[in-house]
Design a protein around this ligand. Structure first.
Ligand SMILES: Nc1ncnc2c1ncn2[C@@H]1O[C@H](COP(=O)(O)OP(=O)(O)OP(=O)(O)O)[C@@H](O)[C@H]1O
Ligand code: SF4
Ligand SMILES: [Mg+2]
Length: 344
């Protein structure tokens, strides 16, 4: 595997509210590679979307990135490369604005939140193309038609002058993807991109993402709570629980040799991945703690069948390697005293 193009290291994003502090992301670490898909999976509220928003520096107040690093690596040609830590940039500054929607693009579950009802879909794509590529209005319109064709919009020369509300859900999501890709990003973050769609349309959109990834060597972060989507799409998986990555590794290892008790229960909660490729995660025993009442020690301990009193409720496990490429944060594989063997 080549070197990563995005490295997230020990990212922490907290929301400071009158009632208390929500540690929405509390030490997330993972790497993203060109041409590969990282699936981020976990139950609702575990910090998947806030992680995505933190990378792009669009965390809503009263939230903010309080610690960690997000390194964007750039190939400068002739064997030279450099890296920039996005957490150090001014979130409204010129550089971050050009990276957001430029090198790193985002698509959401609901295209209506990103597509304006006041402009034709063409105008929105043309504007983005002109901004990022500096083309003339005529060239940009031609390119926008090509982008719409590329994402499978039929008769794009007519659709380009329509408004998003005139399109079906599936076509809207395709327009969203065309808009996201119009800046030629290297990284695409897709936050539940198919959750709002029917099963057939879901499959088509996932196929489209895979095809575009292959054509453009795109790195994709795919956020979902659908293990079927992970099985189908991801090369690597990061399992999140209460703001932390508790296990990460290649998709085959995560599915066939899960090590963290939470990953195991997530997988057990699906009767058969092959038999039911789009089964949603059913609830596992216990419930997610209230955001203000974070458990001491291992965040999963109140729900864990392997719980060890005096250890799991007293110390925080760290994400450490257990097998090739597979990392786990659990005292079944480390002692509390163990020094950090490998830096994250
Ligand atoms: N604007 C906000 N203000 C306060 N807390 C927030 C805000 N946005 C998110 N949170 C909290 O941060 C935590 C993580 O939320 P996040 O939206 O990242 O979860 P998620 O994994 O994306 O869940 P879902 O699968 O439901 O989309 C939750 O406890 C949530 O309540
Ligand atoms: S550290 Fe302890 S409580 Fe946490 S997942 Fe591992 S065994 Fe369970
Ligand atoms: Mg979310």
């Amino acid at each position: 595997m080549t070197s990563p193009i995005l490295s997230v290291k020990d990212l922490k994003t907290y929301f400071y509210q009158d009632e208390g502090v929500v540690q929405a992301v509390d030490g997330a670490s993972f790497d993203i590679y060109a041409g590969r898909t990282l699936g981020i999976v976990g139950e609702s509220g575990c910090g998947k979307s806030v992680t995505a928003r933190s990378i792009l520096r669009i965390v809503e107040r009263p939230g903010r990135v309080v610690a960690g690093e997000v390194w964007l690596h750039r190939d400068r040609g002739n064997g030279h490369s450099d890296a920039i830590d996005l957490t150090q940039l001014d979130e409204d500054g010129r550089e971050m604005r050009s990276i957001r929607g430029g090198e790193i693009a985002l698509i959401f579950q609901e295209p209506m939140t990103s597509l304006s009802p006041h402009y034709t879909v063409g105008n929105q794509i043309i504007e983005s193309i002109r901004l990022h590529k500096g083309l003339s209005a005529r060239q940009a319109r031609q390119e926008a038609i090509e982008q719409l064709r590329m994402v499978g919009i039929p008769r794009p020369e007519r659709r380009i002058d329509e408004y998003s509300f005139q399109l079906s859900g599936g076509l809207r999501q395709r327009v969203m993807i065309a808009l996201a890709l119009s800046s030629d990003p290297r990284i695409l973050i897709a936050d539940e991109p198919t959750t709002a769609l029917d099963v057939t349309t879901q499959a088509q959109i996932l196929d489209l993402l895979r095809q575009l990834q292959e054509e453009r060597d795109l790195a994709i972060i795919l956020i979902t709570h659908d293990m079927g989507v992970i099985a189908e799409m991801a090369d690597d998986v990061a399992v999140m629980y209460l703001g932390q990555v508790v296990e990460k590794g290649p998709v085959d290892q995560i599915f066939h040799a899960p090590q963290h008790p939470y990953t195991r229960s997530l997988l057990r909660s699906i009767p058969s991945i092959l038999a039911a490729p789009r089964t949603k995660l059913s609830t596992i025993s216990g419930s997610i703690p209230h955001p203000y009442a974070r458990p001491q020690g291992c965040p999963f301990h109140p729900r864990c069948t392997d719980f060890m009193a005096g250890t799991c409720d007293a110390f925080q496990p760290r994400l450490l390697p257990v097998a090739k490429g597979q990392w786990v944060s659990c005292f079944l594989y480390q002692t509390p005293e163990e020094p950090l063997a490998v830096s994250k």
